[in-house]
Ligand binder design. Structure first.
Ligand code: DSN
Length: 421
C-alpha cells in the first residue's frame, strides 16, 4: 500500500479528512490488487488524473469558447479549443462537443437534437445488449420516446440486419441507434447507413464501448457514416469519466444547443481538459498497439473460458469484451459474479440473448480486457485468468478455495503494477 501516488496534496486530505483519505487509498489498493475485468472500465494515465484533479474544476464556463456567460474563461477556453481540435483530427469528425458530463448526458442531448417527445426511435434491445438510454421503460428514453427495438438472431447471436430493415420500414423511426454494451462483434455501419437512408432516419451510433478501439485504429470507424456519434471517454479510450459527441457539421448547432443550454449548465472544465489529455494519448502509436492488444487479449480470454467449459456468445469476439454463457458450469451470473468478487476478480453478471433468467440473476458474465491490457498483460496471461475465473465460479463457495484463488490473483497483478510508486 502506498499513498505516494496522490502527491503532496494528499497529505492535506489525510490531515483534514482521514476517513475519505483512507477510502482513496483502499480503492487504489483494490484497483491494484484485484483483476479488473469490467468491460467498461480502465486505468487512466496519471496525466489524465492530474488534469481532472486540477483547479480547472473551480471555473464556471457556461457556453462555448469565445461565447461564455462568465468572465475569466481565457484559460479554460484554450483547453476546450485544443480538445475539440484533437477530437476532430483523431476521429476525422466535422464537429466535436466535449462537454457532456457522461454518456447518458450525451444521449439525452442526441434525443433532444433530433427528436421530440413521442417520436419513434429504433435501438438495440436491452436484453440483447443495448443500453438503458436506448429505450428502457425506467429511463427517460423509454418514458418520453416511443423506442422500438431490434436484436440478434437466435441462431448465431449476430445482429439481424434484415429484421432491422423490416422493423425500420414498419415503424418509420426518426432515428436509428446502433451500439451496445454487451455485443462482442463488429457492427456493419455501412449497412446501417443504407437502412437509415432507405427510411429517412438519422443515423446515431452510441459508440461508448468501442470508440477507444476506433481511436486506436483497431476496428472500423462509424464516423464517416453516422450523422451523430455519442460516447463515454472512460472505457477503452482511457480518458476521464465523461461523455463526448461527434457529428456532421450540419448538426453542429443542434448538438451544441442541446448540450448547453438544452440540458447542462456549466461544463466540468477539469474533465474537458482531461479529455483533451486522453485524446493526445490516443494519437500515439503506443495507443494503437494497445487497442490491438485489447482485442487480441479479449479473443484469448474468450477462448480460455471456452476451454474451461463455458460458451462465448456468438462464438467469440472482435472487440474488447466477451459475453459468456456460463450455464455449462451449473451456475448463474449472479452467483458467478459474487464468487468471482470474493476471489478478487471484478466482473459483472450479464444477460445473454434470449436469457431464460431475469436480468438480476442472468445466465452470463461479461468480461473485458481494457484494464488488464493497460496493466501490460498479454495473451499469455489470458489462460491463467480464464482458469482463475473458472475455479472461482466452481469453487467460490468455499472460503479456503476463494482465499487461494485471491492469493494467485494478487500474485498475478503484482507482476503488472498499476500506478507504480
Ligand atoms: N454501464 C456501462 C457498461 O458497463 O457497459 C454502460 O454505460
Amino acid at each position: 500500500m502506498s499513498s505516494n501516488f496522490f502527491g503532496p496534496d494528499f497529505q492535506a486530505l489525510q490531515g483534514q479528512d482521514p476517513e475519505i483519505a483512507a477510502i482513496l487509498i483502499s480503492e487504489l489498493d483494490r484497483q491494484r490488487q484485484n483483476l479488473q475485468l469490467i468491460a467498461s472500465e480502465n486505468f487512466t494515465s496519471s496525466a489524465v488524473l492530474a488534469a481532472l484533479g486540477s483547479t480547472l474544476s473551480n471555473k464556471y464556463a457556461e457556453g462555448y469558447p469565445g461565447k461564455r456567460y462568465y468572465g475569466g474563461c481565457e484559460e479554460v477556453d484554450k483547453a476546450e479549443v485544443i480538445g475539440v481540435a484533437r477530437a476532430k483530427e483523431l476521429f476525422g469528425a466535422e464537429h466535436a462537443n466535449l462537454q457532456p458530463h457522461s454518456g447518458a448526458s450525451a444521449n439525452v442531448a442526441v434525443y433532444q437534437a433530433f427528436a421530440k417527445p413521442g417520436d419513434t426511435v429504433l435501438a438495440m434491445s436491452l436484453p440483447h445488449g443495448g443500453h438503458l438510454t436506448h429505450g428502457s421503460k425506467v429511463n427517460f428514453s423509454g418514458k418520453w420516446f416511443n423506442v422500438e427495438s431490434y436484436g440478434v438472431r437466435q441462431a448465431d447471436e449476430l445482429i439481424d440486419y434484415g429484421e432491422l430493415l423490416e422493423t425500420a420500414k414498419r415503424v418509420r423511426p426518426k432515428m436509428i441507434c446502433s451500439g451496445a454494451t454487451a455485443y462482442p462483434r463488429l457492427i456493419d455501419f455501412k449497412r446501417i447507413r443504407e437502412i437509415c437512408d432507405e427510411v429517412g432516419a438519422i443515423m446515431w451510433v452510441d459508440a461508448a464501448h468501442f470508440i477507444g478501439l476506433v481511436a486506436g485504429k483497431a476496428i472500423p470507424s462509424p464516423v464517416p457514416y453516422a450523422d451523430v456519434v455519442s460516447f463515454t471517454t472512460h472505457k477503452v479510450l482511457r480518458g476521464p469519466r465523461g461523455g463526448m459527441i461527434l457529428s456532421k457539421a450540419a448538426h453542429a448547432a443542434a448538438i451544441d444547443k442541446a448540450i448547453f443550454p438544452g440540458m447542462q449548465g456549466g461544463p466540468i472544465m477539469s474533465a474537458v481538459a482531461a479529455k483533451a489529455v486522453a485524446l493526445k494519448e490516443c494519437q500515439q502509436s503506443s495507443y494503437q498497439a494497445y487497442a490491438k492488444q485489447v482485442i487480441e487479449n479479449a479473443k484469448a480470454l474468450a477462448s480460455a473460458l471456452e476451454s474451461e467449459g463455458m460458451r462465448a456468445v456468438s462464438g467469440g469476439t472482435d472487440t474488447h469484451l466477451a459475453l459468456i454463457d456460463i450455464r455449462g458450469t451449473g451456475m448463474n451470473g449472479k452467483v458467478a459474479d459474487e464468487r468471482c468478487g470474493r476471489s478478487g476478480i471484478t466482473l459483472n453478471k450479464n444477460a445473454i440473448p434470449f436469457d431464460p433468467e431475469s436480468p438480476a440473476v442472468a445466465s452470463g458474465i461479461r468480461v473485458g480486457t481494457p484494464a488488464v491490457t493497460t496493466q501490460g498483460m498479454g495473451v499469455e496471461q489470458m489462460p491463467i485468468i480464464g482458469n482463475l475465473i473458472a475455479r472461482a465460479i466452481r469453487d467460490g463457495e468455499d472460503e479456503g478455495k476463494c482465499a487461494q484463488i485471491r492469493s494467485e490473483v494478487h500474485a498475478l497483478t503484482a507482476k503488472f503494477p498499476v500506478y507504480p510508486g
